[in-house]
Design a protein around this ligand. Structure first.
Ligand code: GTP
Ligand code: MG
Length: 475
């Protein structure tokens, strides 16, 4: 029997479509078969995660190739062919028993690309909620496509999202996996300079030391795709040629080497409590909720000095009490405005004080205290909508982007003020003071309760699997 110490937890993060789920299925082949030849001869690929692909043939026809995975009902967890949404719907853990070690790979829904809306938000909640069910994390694997040769906004957004989940103390636990590496000969000619530039910026901005040294593993899941189609389809076998087979063999070999190197590295890394990562979301949510309400009531305060609003109020007051003179009404409105602004100012000061706890926790414990991903996706959505003649929703998204920017400026201000490191305990206690605040307290409480309610997701049990060829061994 394995002891709990033998459990290694590896978190797979990255943009939607980068190849996280395929990596799980690829791993299962490498742990089961010695070579691609063996896997093909067995006619039984080991497919823990459901997989559906469409092959397109030179004669103009196409064919769907479906594997249902170890648990038939899991088919619903992988959404196929739906462009613009994440493939993997809910986090799942795959526990690969390798001799005395169990490598638990956590496959997360990817960071959205074109799906900028509520799905993004739900996936974020699911990711953090799942982390609360896991004791430790030994490696945070960022899966990127090796073909990514530009620091596009989308790419930066997804990397930012990853870093918003990485504790500063776990910089060494951050590992990169570059998929689709066949085209770049399993070297980082394209992706390495891009990642290097990105990390240099991050290191500079957040005062961390993230490095690519011995830290990028180049793989290609094409060996898996070849195996899946070859075993299932006569037509695929007819059309595939020796070059494709040689490519698939190379992908198998290189991916196996990379995975073994990764496994050996991960075994040397200390585990980080998964609760530390989950706490980032808690701290960020607190700041988000309070800043949103502060902005809402500051807008209310601004409205009080708007002549049109004042005129409407004056009319109402006059109707209710016709004996009031214009001057009296004016004084009452001015006094009311002053009182509201004074109270709001004191609320603002108290809230800022309380928020220093979650902000001090985020700033000093998390690589990227604020995530930029959602903002980037909003920007991309605007570009997309503007180029689409039939759809003019761009103004709406622009309004959301403006609101987000305003919100981010407040968030940044709070972070800048957080000079003291605060603990998780202090952060957990922060709501006590925040919920009691004047003016905003009631709304903050409502939003906080809603947040606590929605994070309760039901997750399926881990999918177990026993390796024939342990990945941490040399062979
Ligand atoms: N050629 C090639 N195709 C790949 C590779 N990795 C993944 N794919 C294909 O890319 C598509 C997306 O792969 P997934 O593994 O589902 O991506 P994911 O990261 O799990 O995506 P989400 O679940 O949305 O986050 C699938 O059609 C895969 O067959 C790779 O290394 N090489
Ligand atoms: Mg997936």
């Amino acid at each position: 029997m394995s002891t709990p110490e033998n459990n290694i937890y590896i978190l797979l993060l990255g943009a939607s479509g980068s190849g996280k789920t395929s990596l799980i299925n690829m791993l299962a082949q490498i742990m089961t078969y010695k070579s691609l030849d063996d896997a093909i001869d067995s006619k039984e690929p080991m497919i823990p995660v459901p997989n559906r692909r469409t092959e397109y043939y030179p004669d103009g026809t196409s064919e769907d190739i479906l594997y249902r995975g170890f648990r038939g009902e899991d088919v619903a967890n992988e959404r196929f062919g739906n462009i613009g949404s994440s493939f993997t719907q809910s986090p799942r853990m795959y526990s690969f028993k390798n001799g005395n070690t169990i490598f638990n790979f956590i496959d997360m829904p990817g960071f959205g690309d074109t799906s900028w809306n509520s799905e993004d938000e739900i996936n974020k909640k699911k990711r953090y909620a799942f982390l609360e069910t896991v004791p430790q994390i030994h490696a945070i694997v960022t899966v990127v496509k090796a073909t990514e040769n530009m620091l596009s906004q989308t790419f930066i957004g997804s990397l930012d999202d990853v870093l918003s989940m990485v504790p500063k103390s776990a910089a060494a636990n951050l590992i990169f996996f570059a998929t689709f590496s066949l085209g770049s000969s399993f070297q980082g000619n394209l992706i390495a300079p891009v990642l290097q530039r990105y990390l240099a910026d991050v290191n500079n901005k957040y005062k961390v030391q993230l490095s690519l040294k011995d830290n990028v593993f180049y793989i290609d899941n094409f060996a898996l795709l070849y195996l899946l189609s070859y075993t299932r389809s006569e037509k695929y076998r007819k059309f595939t040629d020796a070059k494709q087979r040689a490519d698939a063999d190379l992908c198998w070999q290189k991916t196996k080497e990379a995975i073994k190197a990764m496994a050996r590295k991960v075994l040397t890394l200390p585990g980080i409590p998964a609760a530390d990562i989950a706490a980032f979301n808690f701290a960020r949510t607190l700041i988000d909720i309070v800043t949103e309400n502060l902005i809402k009531f500051s807008d209310e305060a601004l409205k009080l000095s708007d002549p049109k609003f004042r005129a409407a109020q004056a009319q109402k007051m006059q109707a209710e009490n016709p004996t009031l003179t214009t001057k009296q009404i004016d004084t009452m409105l001015t006094d009311g405005e002053k009182r509201f602004k004074q109270t709001l100012f004191s609320v603002y000061q108290k809230a800022s004080q309380e928020l220093l706890k979650p902000a001090g926790f985020l700033k000093h414990h998390c690589v990227a205290p604020m995530s930029n991903g959602y903002r980037v996706r909003l920007q991309n959505k605007i570009i997309q909508l503007e180029s689409d003649a039939d759809f003019d929703g761009a103004a709406e998204v622009q309004a959301e982007l403006d609101a987000k920017d305003k919100h981010n400026r407040c968030f940044e201000l709070i972070l800048n003020n957080a000079t003291r490191i605060s603990t998780l305990e202090e952060t957990c206690k922060a709501p006590e003071g925040l919920l009691k605040l004047q003016i905003i307290g009631k709304d903050v409480k409502k939003a906080f309760e809603a947040y606590q309610k929605t994070v309760k997701f039901e997750f399926k049990d881990t999918v177990p699997f026993t390796a024939t060829y342990p990945i941490q061994n040399d062979d």
